[in-house]
Design a protein around this ligand. Structure first.
Ligand code: NAD
Length: 416
């Protein structure tokens, strides 16, 4: 499957969930396209004094339950079809977690690694200015995603505040704590993945301590997920990122590699572990595989070589339709993206609430709330999955999300 049909992947998931969950067909048609597709081209003068045009996207999929919500991706392959799929998944994710938020996604088509800090600041602020009419605490609330971070959210918030002449800081989340960001937002997606993993093992009556895992993607999501899984007693024997794949049979010292990546920016050159190809990495005999990089990483026949029991989708859409079928035939359980990585948007929601009230919570409170929220949803998803063998964890998550959203749809329809 290519990037061109990432949107086809989510349309397929929607159709299948609609069929299995007996969801109203008109409602499914309504969800099949986003409400708004916004593209902006904006100029930035780079460090060499030359003007460069950048292309930015913002897809607003659905706002039945509340303002649009979703990340901003800085990546050279960022494109409309990708943003449409990611925005759709945000709608499903927020609805599954019963957040009063809709779904959106956006980004800028460029590679942030090729630009200076000064250029990144200008690009981020110009994007925020170009889109300010479509963004706002009650309209659409962006957050970090691949290639962006809390510093970028601070810059974008500052640009928005100066255009709108406001002190409010609730139109972007994932900001640094000093700019009104929430405690625990940085770790939230990885922490949510750990909670899902812990609950999966608990519900299956299996001990997770001592189980080996490999992880692809060691950025904001992957590094925290790996750290928390090690705290559960699991052993990280493989790590991969855009610079390659490393294996250590005995398990990596997770703090050492986290510090290395913080300093260098990638895993290449780390002194521990042997180098592997991507194919070898994914055919290792481990209990769990964590996908925390990009979409469409496990496609078609590739799935046939996997030897694990459990896959956790930290990334959005990392498994294509064919591979999903093969995994199901092989009895490999998948904790789907819309559930596994939803800790990030839950704590973004907490940040939004704290900003609106200008009342801040400590890390303990945020972690506690997140744990209760994720565990409750996981149990619901697991229960539906256990009640019907045709409904895997992905379809179970979708059916619950679609039913939640359908209630809003009906109420709105009745008010027209
Ligand atoms: P990031 O930019 O911080 O890290 C991305 C990681 O993926 C890096 O380690 C990078 O080296 C690796 N990577 C990139 N291209 C790769 C390739 N071709 N092969 C192997 N590895 C590659 O991004 P992130 O925020 O950690 O996001 C990772 C995934 O999680 C994305 O799919 C994103 O949409 C999803 N996600 C992120 C959040 C969040 O809060 N940041 C929330 C939910 C879901």
């Amino acid at each position: 499957m290519t990037d061109q049909n990432l949107n086809k992947l989510c349309q397929n998931q929607l159709k299948l969930a609609g069929k299995l969950g007996n969801i109203d067909k008109t409602f499914l048609t309504f969800l099949s396209e986003p409400k708004n597709e916004i593209i902006v081209n904006f100029p930035v003068v780079l460090d060499d004094g030359k003007l460069h045009m950048f292309k930015g996207y913002r897809i607003q999929h659905n706002n039945l339950a509340g303002p649009y919500k979703g990340g901003l991706r800085f990546d050279e392959i960022c494109h409309l079809d990708e943003c449409k799929a990611l925005a759709f998944w945000m709608t499903i994710k927020c609805s599954l977690q019963k957040l009063p938020l809709g779904g959106a996604k956006g980004g800028i088509k460029f590679n942030p690694r090729n630009f200076s800090k000064n250029e990144l600041k200008k690009i981020s602020k110009e994007y925020s200015r170009a889109l300010f009419r479509f963004i706002g605490s009650d309209i659409d609330i962006p957050a970090p995603d691949v290639g962006s971070n809390s510093q970028i959210m601070d810059w974008m918030t500052a640009a928005y505040q100066s255009v709108r002449k406001t002190h409010n800081n609730d139109m972007y989340t994932g900001k640094s704590v000093g700019y009104g960001g929430s405690q625990g937002r940085g770790e939230a997606t990885g922490r949510g993945m750990m909670i899902c993993t812990r609950e999966w093992f608990k519900n299956r009556g299996i001990e997770c301590k001592g189980k080996k895992f490999v992880i692809q993607g060691f950025g904001k999501v992957g590094s925290h997920a790996a750290n928390f899984l090690c705290k559960l007693g699991m052993i990280c024997v493989g790590i991969g990122d855009h610079t390659g794949y490393l294996y250590n049979e005995k398990g990596f010292d997770i703090n050492m590699i986290i510090n290395y990546v913080k300093e260098i920016g990638h895993i290449k050159g780390f002194s521990d572990g042997i180098k592997l190809t991507k194919e070898k990495f994914f055919s290792l005999d481990v209990y769990t595989i964590i996908l925390a990089a990009l979409e469409l990483q496990i496609c078609g026949d590739f799935a046939k070589n996997l030897k694990c029991e459990l896959i956790i989708e930290g990334a959005n859409g990392p498994i294509d339709i064919e591979a999903d079928k093969i995994l199901s035939e092989k009895n490999i359980s998948v904790i789907p993206d819309v559930l596994a990585n939803s800790g990030g948007v839950i704590v973004s929601y907490y940040e939004w609430l704290q900003n609106r009230r200008q009342e801040y919570w400590d890390l303990y409170e945020v972690r506690n709330k997140l744990d209760k929220h994720m565990t409750k949803t996981f149990k619901k998803v697991f229960k539906l999955n256990q009640s019907n063998e045709d409904i895997d964890l992905r379809m179970s998550s979708y059916i619950i999300a679609l039913e939640n959203l359908y209630n809003f749809y009906q109420v709105r329809k009745s008010c027209i």
